[in-house]
Design a protein around this ligand. Sequence first.
Ligand SMILES: [Zn+2]
Length: 191
Amino acid sequence: MRVCYCPGMPLITVSCNCCGAPLKVNDEVRFVTCQFCNTQLEVTHSESAVFTRQINRIAEQTTQLAQDVEVLKLQNELEMLDRGMQVGTAPRSANSSVAGGMVALVFSIVFAIVCFAIASAAGQAGAPGFFALVPVAMGVLALVGGVVGFGKAVSNSGRQDSALSRRDELLRRLEELRRQRGSDASQKSGD
Ligand SMILES: [Zn+2]
C-alpha cells in the first residue's frame, strides 16, 4: 500500500482495534496493518471520530450478511410451500383423502362384483353375449377407476408428506440461524 506523506494530507493517529497501539495513518488511507500485532485493520471515518476495525470482524459481518440472506431465502421458500399446500388439500386432510380413496376403491370393487353377478346371471339366463359383456365392461371400468383414484390419493399424501418434512427442515434451519444471530448479538454487547 502506498502511503503519501505530502503536507496536504495530514497524518492522523488511530489506535489499533486489536492491541491498542497508536498508529499514524494518512487521512485517506482505508486499510492499514498494525506494525505491532500485524492485525489487518480498516480505518473507519465517522462524523466525530476515526477508528479502526479488524478485517476479520468485517469478515464476520459478511458471514452474518450471508446468514441474513439465507434466512430470507428460507422464509421465502416456506411461504411458497405454505401457499402450495393451501392451493392443494390442507396438510391435515392428507390422511382423510387416502381414506376417501380407500372408500371409493371398496365401492368400485363392490360395484364390479355386482356387475359381474349381473353378467353371470344374464349368461345363465341365456341372454345374448352382448348383455353379459356390458356389465363386465362396467365392472372393469369401475375397478380401474377405483384403483387409479386410490393411487392418486396415496401419491398426493406422499407429496404432502415430503412438503411437510421439507417445511420442518426449513423451520429447523431458520431456528438454527436465529440462534446463531442471537449469540453473535450477545457477544457484541459483551465487548
Ligand atoms: Zn495492533
